[in-house]
Design a protein around this ligand. Structure first.
Ligand SMILES: [Zn+2]
Length: 385
């Protein structure tokens, strides 16, 4: 697939069409010939030639017949899932996660470790440089099958410049430094922006115009879709909702300020509150397990977090008038439990009409959203005409 892309004549009408159609198939999985024809606007003979060419190269495969109400059932074509892979990486303060996704949107490999500290710049960079190719090779996947690596990083990231400002900030763009070490294209963005893109391309936000995506994990941030476009902001830093000044408390936030929303609404704050009450230091992920087992104290803490989050989100509801609010991030695992306190908090502090028009849903993609966002960005960039 990589060789096929590299060998395409750049700028010709035909290569533009091919890129557009492959992007379409990467996004949509299986499609029939009439559907491909309708999308591309090509003539029937040209569409047949195009499909046959990709079938000959084994880039496209037949994937059964489409259900239809009558007449002949058309053949469904999809990309051969083993012709290429996209790698998604998530770098948080103290964790590294990597997924390999095939062209059928399936996560075929997932790895996670807490043995990582992004604040130790050189060590973290070396770890990244070594680990990504090692994991790819451990799955027996050749470098030329990797279409690209999308890395979601916590903190301030400018995706267009390829620079991560808060962490792994060197005198050259991080994407350039990594591409010099690896044999694949590299793209970066903020972790929450990736999740939002994943939801927009493959999840609940698909086809929606105005959406607020909430990433409640160890920290808190939001992704915004306005008029169908992801709003990254002037410098690429939009969505730092966890750091709005919201409480008159004396709690110090990781950003160095006091009273930030995330001092009460975040995985870290739940850990802290639980430790204050019980003396036990459990991670927020362990606390989520307890929540699912019905632990009363944990659920009281989550209930309070949800209500405060709902109150804070009412600010966004009033300002942005979204049609949908998606609860995502790691806490989507207990999302059905959190949803009602959030709605209660939102309802108490929002204008009824705005609240009534905003649907609140828990992301079914959950943690996969970020990796699918990485997939979507690589797909968009690699096949950019
Ligand atoms: Zn803060």
């Amino acid at each position: 697939m990589r060789a096929f892309i590299d060998n395409m004549d750049v700028g010709t009408h035909q290569s533009l069409q091919t890129r557009k159609i492959i992007q379409f198939l990467l996004r949509e999985k299986g499609k029939t010939m009439p559907e491909i024809r309708e999308f591309s606007g090509l003539s029937l003979p040209t569409t047949i030639k195009f499909i046959n060419d990709l079938l000959d190269r084994n880039i496209l495969i037949e994937s059964g017949k489409k259900e239809s109400s009558g007449g002949r059932r058309p053949t469904v074509y999809r990309l051969n899932p083993e012709q290429g892979y996209i790698v998604g990486v998530e770098l948080l303060l103290k964790s590294f996660r990597m997924s390999i996704i095939n062209l059928n949107h399936e996560v075929i490999y997932d790895y996670e470790t807490d043995n990582f500290d992004i604040s130790k710049r050189e060590d973290a960079f070396d770890f990244l440089v070594r680990t990504v190719p090692a994991l790819i090779n451990s799955k027996g996947i050749a470098d030329e099958k990797i279409l690209g690596v999308g890395i979601g990083i916590t903190g301030r990231v400018n995706r267009d410049r390829g620079i991560s400002y808060s962490f792994l900030n060197f005198d050259q763009p991080l994407t350039k430094l990594l591409e010099a070490q690896w044999n694949y294209p590299v793209f970066i963005d903020n972790d929450t922006h990736f999740m939002t893109l994943g939801e927009q391309t493959f999840g609940l936000a698909r086809g929606k115009q105005d959406v607020v995506y909430v990433n409640l994990s160890r920290g808190l941030a939001v992704g915004l879709i306005s008029n169908g476009q992801i709003h990254n902001g002037h410098s690429g830093f939009a969505g730092e909702f966890g750091h709005i000044s919201f409480f008159d408390n004396d709690k110090l936030c990781i950003c160095g300020k006091k009273g930030c929303l995330s001092t009460v609404v975040s995985g870290a704050s739940v850990e802290e509150a639980y430790q204050e009450k019980t003396g036990k230091a459990l991670s927020y992920r362990e606390l989520m397990v307890l929540s699912k087992q019905g632990d009363r104290l944990v659920n009281e803490l989550l209930s309070e977090v949800g209500e405060q989050l709902g109150k804070a989100l009412s600010l966004l509801i009033q300002v942005l008038n979204p049609e949908l609010l998606i609860l995502g991030g790691r806490f989507s695992e207990v999302g059905e439990y959190l949803k009602y306190p959030i709605i209660r908090g939102m309802s108490l502090h929002s204008l009824p009409q705005l609240m009534a028009d905003c649907d609140v849903q828990v992301s079914p993609l959950g943690e996969k959203a970020e990796m699918l966002g990485a997939y979507a960005l690589v797909m968009e960039k690699v096949f950019e005409p």
